[in-house]
Every structure is written in C-alpha cells, then in structure tokens.
Design a protein around this ligand. Sequence first.
Ligand SMILES: [Zn+2]
Length: 81
Amino acid sequence: MNINKYAEVLRGNLKLNGLELYEAIVQNREIGDKCELHNFDISLKQGKTISEKWQCSNCGTVVDYREKRMYELGLNHGRTK
Ligand SMILES: [Zn+2]
C-alpha cells in the first residue's frame, strides 16, 4: 500500500498546514485514480455521514461514505447488467 499522508492525518498521526493538507488530498486522489479495483475495507472514521472515511486496502486512497457507497453500487450494477 502507498503511503497516504491524508490517511495519516485522519488517523491523527500527522498534522499538516493548509497547503500541505491540500497537497495531501491531491495525492490521495492521484493514488486512487491508479487503483485497478478498490476494496474499501479499512474504516478510518465512523459516522454514516460525509465525515465517515474509508481506506482502500489495495491502494491506500481514502474516500468518504458517499464515495464508497457510489463506487460499490456502480460495481454491483456493472456485474448484473
Ligand atoms: Zn484502491
């Protein structure tokens, strides 16, 4: 798994200033774009809201609950139609 600074911020292991946080979020997206198949099975922050965060065990990218749900729905729909 790639080292993802955004995930470390969410775990409370890393503090970043505003620009550094922006760069970490961009890095997070770039990591996710290269993944062949996400598997969002690592919960970083619970809540069933936009604040809930999940990490892909394949690539390390982090998404919120809505992104995870839409990705998984898309996979399911793609498999059945
Ligand atoms: Zn992934």
